[in-house]
Design a protein around this ligand. Structure first.
Ligand code: B12
Ligand code: SF4
Length: 480
């Protein structure tokens, strides 16, 4: 390579930001965490490491997709801040940051640091797509929307020195066009698995606490089954570990899912994903899931109160059918992670008892009992703001940061906050105990050690959540 060609070579750094709490590492939100004793600090750090290193440590698919778009003269690297420190000892022509709603402040802080060192910054991801105006001043350029196609243009412009201020994706990318995803920019050993695959994008539903349908549209877009099979084959050559199908609802199109998972049976993989419990009513599809190696599914149950789900625009999966469906999924040998939200608009103080009974009765392997997180840009956020029920100014998006059930951000409709918090913490104290963790692991249809680990982590994380919520309650009553 000549000196001139070497000069023209451009380098791009793609950065994934660690959330300061939640699945990336639970931490107490209050400064008291700094005052904890040696033993609890040590325990905290050890748990945090386990969480980072083992449980959810999957690579960011968005950045894998971007780094797979190859343009001559441009090299791309991924820096995952869960494991890596910023490689500021090297020269970068452009740094791309994926901004999730709720981790806006760390993303903007990072952008400022990079720009102060003369590195151009491009922001993309869910928050940029929904709130481009709020991002403009924090970056040299923005990519608004799904960047699968437009990222090539950005890199070409970088190469030519003609970068624009804004790249707006006109229409959702056609996923049936084959765009192979490569792992070449990943540190494979850092992750629990690197086999992350998305088969469809978009969601036909409109739950008001979610904005996937806002970001990715209501129409389900499919990748070609042949392309997925090639990807699975390719991925297996580098990493034989479990696959994670990241689709929000992997059974959203039942005919497609049946064909896909039937054709994946010969690959003998094991996999986990997210699905609706309607799967329990489709014996053929359920069998294809089980035979293709499905070990566990996360299902969003939210409330056991239909009125609550309806109040939040969730109409699929009526509560009455949930229990039977979950039992059938488990009978097929697939573990169920049941995700609930307590505090929805139709919920009353009688719900925790029913929820506990439901978890017992169905044998859910890993329960997750969440607090509603009003995320800026969602329907519920706007509605709670209109109704004066948000506990922070709706303009202050940083106040709505992610946390692991550690703070209430809004006033529940039917339950006063001073009764809601004790009722939630009493519920998590009963559900997440070490003996329940053991019981669930023993009765799990498979993946017993993973079920045990998840449940034990939750014993720890819900313990932190209780401390923070009680602190918030004390503060609120002092203020009042
Ligand atoms: C897998 C997953 C995870 C994984 C991996 C995290 C990750 N972000 O990769 C784990 C389990 C760790 C996780 C954790 C969390 N998650 Co999550 N997760 C998902 C899920 C199911 C898929 C993400 C994905 O890979 N999508 C596919 C890729 C291709 O889409 P994409 O990320 O949007 O990227 C495209 C564009 O946005 C854009 N883009 C993205 N980044 C960048 C960067 C640049 C520079 C450019 C140019 C473009 C660009 O181009 C990409 C290609 O088209 C989504 C749901 C969804 N449908 O997206 C939720 C989702 C992203 N998660 C969500 C949440 C709330 C969380 C947690 C806060 C949960 C918690 N309470 O702890 C944490 C936050 C962790 C973090 N540090 O961000 C919310 C985010 C809401 C929002 N508006 O931001 C989502 C949308 C789920 C939901 N229903 O609300 N999550
Ligand atoms: S919560 Fe799930 S089903 Fe509801 S809109 Fe979001 S992605 Fe779709």
């Amino acid at each position: 390579m000549t000196a001139g060609a070497a000069q023209q070579q451009k380098s791009v750094l793609l950065v994934f930001i660690q959330a300061d709490s939640g699945v990336d590492g639970a931490s107490l939100l209050d400064s008291a965490s700094a005052r904890r004793g040696f033993f609890s600090s040590f325990k905290e750090q050890a748990f945090s490491q386990v969480i980072r290193r083992a449980q959810f440590a999957i690579p960011p698919l968005a950045l894998m997709i971007l780094s797979s778009v190859k343009v001559p003269g441009v090299t791309q690297s991924i820096c995952d801040l869960r494991f890596d420190t910023l490689p500021l000892d090297r020269h970068w022509d452009l740094a791309g940051i994926s901004v999730q709603t709720g981790a806006v402040k760390p993303a903007f802080d990072l952008a400022r640091i990079l720009r102060s060192r003369g590195i151009k910054v491009v922001l993309g991801g869910p928050y940029v797509t929904i709130f481009p105006e709020r991002c403009r001043d924090h970056a040299d350029l923005l990519v608004i929307g799904e960047a699968d196609e437009i990222w090539k243009e950005v890199q070409e412009d970088l190469s030519r020195g003609t970068l624009k201020r804004e790249y707006r994706v006109g229409s959702f990318p056609d996923l049936s066009i084959d765009r192979p995803v490569s792992k070449s920019a990943l540190q494979i050993g850092s992750y629990f698995t690197t086999n992350v695959v998305q088969t469809t994008r978009g969601c036909p539903y409109s739950c008001d606490f979610c904005n996937v349908h806002v970001m990715n549209g209501h129409r389900l877009r499919h990748r070609s089954i042949d392309a997925i099979k090639r990807e699975v084959e390719e991925f297996l050559q580098q990493d034989k570990r479990i696959f994670f199908f990241l689709d929000d609802t992997v059974n959203a199109d039942e005919a497609y899912a049946l064909k896909l998972f039937t054709e994946l049976i010969p690959y003998q993989i094991s996999w986990v994903g997210q699905a609706t419990t309607a799967l329990g009513e489709k014996p053929k599809l359920l069998e294809a899931f089980a035979r293709s190696g499905c070990g566990a599914l996360l299902v969003g149950i939210e409330s056991l109160e239909d009125g609550s789900n309806h109040a939040h625009q969730k109409f699929h999966n009526p509560a009455a059918r949930q229990a039977e469906c979950i039992k059938r999924i488990r009978q097929a040998g697939i573990c169920v992670y049941g995700s609930f939200i307590y505090g929805l608009d139709g919920d009353t103080l009688s719900l925790p008892e029913r929820l506990e009974e439901f978890i017992e009765d169905t044998g859910i392997d890993v329960p997750g009992i969440n607090l509603l997180r009003p995320i800026p840009g969602t329907g519920v956020f706007s509605r709670l703001a209109r109704e004066g029920r948000l506990l922070h100014s709706p303009e202050d998006h940083d106040a709505f940061r992610f946390s692991w059930g550690q703070e209430m951000l809004y006033l529940p409709k039917q339950i006063p906050l001073e009764e809601f918090i004790p009722s939630y913490t009493a519920l998590t104290r009963r559900v997440f105990t070490a003996s329940n963790a053991l019981k669930r692991a023993v009765s799990a249809p498979r993946l017993r050690s993973a079920v045990l680990m998840f449940n034990l982590l939750y014993v720890h994380m819900y313990g932190l959540s209780r401390k923070d919520l009680h602190r918030q309650l004390r503060e609120l009553s002092n203020d009042g």
